[in-house]
Every structure is written in structure tokens, then in C-alpha cells.
Write a new protein. Structure first.
Length: 235
């Protein structure tokens, strides 16, 4: 279930949404604003007044952003926090998952729900850049991300991680998180770690590069046109 509501004095419609996703394995609620600002008003009263934010390790509030991520997997929270921060989003994400089994369902479903939220909040592509690319370093690691708001889901992810886990997140799940996000968001995504020997740095630089690329792609051109030569491209 999803809803898109907000109030704003901007000349543009608010790019916000709430997504609730419940399966046999996970129960997830996300509030997302692609342009930052408050998001508590998007949530139901209980979620707004009693947020599940864990120990606060992936929580940040500034004058322009509110971020509170609690998936139950610390390293995933860290990556989604970085993604939201450098994309310019405000994001709250709470997940109750079957972590007594393993991390697969929780990580995958959080990414799918976040991709759904991104697609719904983004709305029509008219007047947007559509394409974005960026590089992001983290010490010795360097990553490149390229995104196309194409409505054609595709992900090519090359992170080159060597460890079995980072914290409680299986390294095999990290590219799958990005693939699942791209699938639900209906975007074309290429993320490559170009160098680096520390797997934490490699993964984090990848998410930060993606965030910076997204920030460009969802930026406004100031022109009232669909960014495609195809007449049937969704607008």
C-alpha cells in the first residue's frame, strides 16, 4: 500500500510518498521526500510519534533533511543512510524482518520497498534531467555510478567485495540490494567500484556515488518537456 501526500509552497508538486509493504517475511514502512524537509506528517500518528529507530546509528536530523533508518541490519542501515544523505532525501524506514532465518528477505524487501517509494515519489519525468552519473571516493576506494530514469529496469553491479559479511550483512546481498532497488524503481543502473582494497570503503563509496548520480538525474531542467525522443516514453 502506498500514498502520496504533503503540503508545500513550492511551484512544483511535492515529491513525497509513504510505502507500506507486508509479506510473510517482512513488515516495512517508508516515508520518503526526494527534496528533503520534514516527513513525519506523512506517517500515521503511531508511526510518527513512536518511530522505531533502533540505537540511532542511522539517524540524522538537519535543517534540510530527516533520516532515520532501522532495517534491523546495521550495515544496511549505514548504506541507506549514506544513500539518503547524499541524494538530498528525507527518509524514514522501519523494518521488522525474519532475521532469525538470515538477512536475505530483510535486505531484499527493504530495497524493493525503497525502489517503489522512489518511483512513486518521483512521479512524471517531465522537466527532469533523467540521466545522472557521479564518482565518489572513500579513502583508497573509488566508485562510479550511472543512472537513467528509463522505466526499463536493469542493473549492472560490479563491487568486487571479498569478505563474507560486512557487519551482519552478507556481501553477496549488497549488489542484490542495488539490483532490487533498480527493479522496483524501474531505472537503468550501472555501479562499478574502480579501485580500493577495503570492502567497507568499496561498498560505501558505491552507495555514495549512486546517491550523487540520483541527485543529478532527479534535478529539474527548467523546461516543460519529457526527456526522451520516444513519443510513448512515460511522462
Amino acid at each position: 500500500m502506498s500514498t502520496s501526500t504533503s503540503t508545500s509552497t513550492s511551484p512544483h508538486p511535492p515529491r513525497t510518498t509513504v510505502v507500506k509493504r507486508t509479506t510473510n517475511e517482512t513488515k516495512i514502512q517508508i516515508a520518503l521526500s526526494l527534496d528533503g524537509g520534514p516527513v513525519a506528517h506523512l506517517l500515521d500518528d503511531d508511526a510518527a510519534t513512536n518511530p522505531t529507530t533502533g540505537d540511532g546509528h542511522a539517524t540524522q536530523t538537519s535543517s534540510t533533511q530527516v533520516i532515520a533508518v532501522n532495517s534491523g541490519i546495521g550495515f544496511l542501515d549505514h548504506m541507506l543512510h549514506a544513500l539518503a544523505k547524499h541524494s538530498g532525501w528525507s527518509l524514514t524506514l522501519n523494518c521488522q524482518g525474519d532475521l532469525h532465518i538470515d538477512d536475505h528477505h530483510t535486505a531484499e524487501d527493504c530495497a524493493l520497498a525503497l525502489g517503489d517509494a522512489f518511483r512513486l515519489a518521483l512521479g512524471p519525468l517531465r522537466g527532469l534531467n533523467r540521466f545522472g552519473h557521479a564518482y565518489a571516493p572513500l579513502d583508497e576506494a573509488l566508485s562510479r555510478a550511472v543512472i537513467d530514469l528509463s522505466n526499463r529496469p536493469h542493473a549492472s553491479i560490479s563491487l568486487g567485495l571479498k569478505r563474507e559479511k560486512l557487519g551482519d550483512l552478507s556481501c553477496e546481498m549488497i549488489p542484490h540490494v542495488l539490483e532490487s532497488f533498480a527493479e522496483a524503481a524501474r531505472v537503468t543502473l550501472h555501479v562499478d567500484v574502480l579501485k580500493g582494497f577495503n570492502d567497507h570503503h568499496r561498498a560505501e563509496s558505491a552507495f555514495k556515488a549512486l546517491a550523487l548520480a540520483i541527485r543529478v538525474a532527479i534535478g529539474r531542467t527548467g523546461r516543460d518537456e519529457v526527456p526522451s525522443e520516444l513519443p510513448l516514453f512515460p511522462n
